[in-house]
Design a protein around this ligand. Structure first.
Ligand code: 2NL
Length: 380
């Protein structure tokens, strides 16, 4: 046999590898503990917390430990080569050599394995800790929203009229020409019918330009007497500017019964405005014209800001113009199936957006539809 290996040569090679292992393993030594001892992992974690040992540290140490195992005990390691030399020894020596190598190998693999198991437990613990939630922490309160200012004012108007015995009605926003114009006694050639003023769908329906449409439906359905208001969206082809929007909110009111006169109209509108703006509010009526009422009147109320002395809100006049009204035209009653010989009624209409603009001091009503929370939050 060529260069036979002596026990001494093998031992000194093995010792040298084991010493090198010892030096490199030093940094993993703290993780070698009795794997049966559950307190070991906890105690080590406490100690690691003090050292600001992170999950990333633990994961990279695991990788380095695995590399170390491969380098010292893997198939291509110096150690594997050393084990092969046993075969080249004097058969008398092989037993002793084998035992010696085995003792060292167990010394290495046992420590590697214990460190691996404990590091894995520590990684697991750190991962759990990272994912833990402190259930004793106070909850994060969701931000509470609030009603849109138009809704606030609409509901206030509704409450007042409900308390006066009126029903609230709603209906469709897309209407036939009959409900939007004919039933309201609006003549065939009236400019409001032109597509410059009204939005039409491609199949000839109109987007309602006032909520009177709802009241016509209600009269047809319920007949007279009737007391109702119809709040809702209406549409007009206006170019948007600080006081106009092609879509806005309106409330119309209708009261039809036997013996209803202009006095009932004035009393009702005046009482509504007193409840809306305060007991001291004064209302005045000016003659006007609408195709659906005869006689017709527009109404103003004394400025809620200055009480009539004159200010920026009322443009120094002391009065605020609010809406239109009148006695329902006999043609309108007849068209809705109500006998104008037996019944009479009053009706009125006002813009909610304009009212909101006045009440909240807005210089541009378009702000109400921009859905900018920074604007809307001011009206909580
Ligand atoms: C205004 C003017 C008005 C009406 C609306 C009405 C409804 C029916 C019959 C008769 Cl069903 N009239 N509504 C009457 C007068 C004026 O609105 O300036 N609106 C903002």
């Amino acid at each position: 046999m060529a260069d036979a290996v002596t026990f001494e040569e093998l031992k000194s090679g093995a010792d040298r590898i084991f010493e090198a292992f010892g030096r490199e393993f030093k940094r993993f030594e703290r993780f070698v503990g009795d794997n049966q001892d559950a307190f070991f992992v906890q105690a080590t974690i406490k100690e690691l917390e003090r050292d600001k040992f992170s999950l990333a540290d633990s994961e990279s140490l695991s990788r380095e430990l695995s590399d170390l195992r491969t380098r010292f005990t893997g198939k291509k390691s110096e150690w594997a080569a050393a084990k092969k030399t046993v075969g080249r020894m004097d058969p008398e020596e092989r037993g002793r050599a084998g035992q010696y190598l085995l003792a060292i190998e167990v010394g290495m693999t046992d420590r590697l394995e214990r460190a691996r198991i404990n590091l894995d437990k520590i990684t697991e613990n750190l991962r759990t800790a990272r994912e833990a939630i402190d259930v004793t922490l106070p909850g994060r309160r969701p931000r509470r929203g609030h009603l849109h200012p138009i809704t606030v004012v609409r509901e206030k108007i509704e409450d007042i009229f409900v308390s006066l015995g009126y029903a609230i009605e709603d209906g469709r926003e897309i209407e036939t020409d009959f409900y939007n114009f004919d039933a309201l006694n609006i003549p065939e050639n009236h400019p409001a019918r032109a597509s410059q003023d009204t939005f039409y769908t491609s199949d000839g329906y109109a987007l309602r330009s006032q909520t009177s449409t709802v009241q016509i439906h209600a009269m047809q359905r319920r007949g007279a007497p009737v007391r109702m208001i119809a709040p809702g969206r209406v549409f007009r082809r206006d170019t948007p500017d600080p006081t106009h929007n092609p879509m806005f909110f309106q409330v119309e009111g209708l009261c039809v019964d036997r013996g209803i006169s202009m006095a009932h109209l004035k009393g009702t509108v005046a009482e509504f405005l007193r409840r809306m703006f305060g007991e001291q509010t004064v209302t005045r009526f000016r003659p006007s014209y609408f195709p659906f009422t005869e006689p017709s009147a527009e109404f103003d109320f004394s400025c809620f800001k200055c009480g009539g002395a004159g200010c920026r809100i009322c443009k120094n006049s002391g009065w605020i113009e609010l809406g239109g009204s009148g006695m329902v035209h006999p043609n309108v009653l007849r068209g809705a199936g109500v006998d104008p010989e037996e019944f009479s009624g009053f009706a009125f209409g006002l813009g909610i957006d304009r009212m909101v603009g006045l009440m909240y001091g807005l210089d541009d009503i378009r702000l109400l539809f921009e859905n900018d929370a920074r604007f809307l939050e001011q009206f909580d």
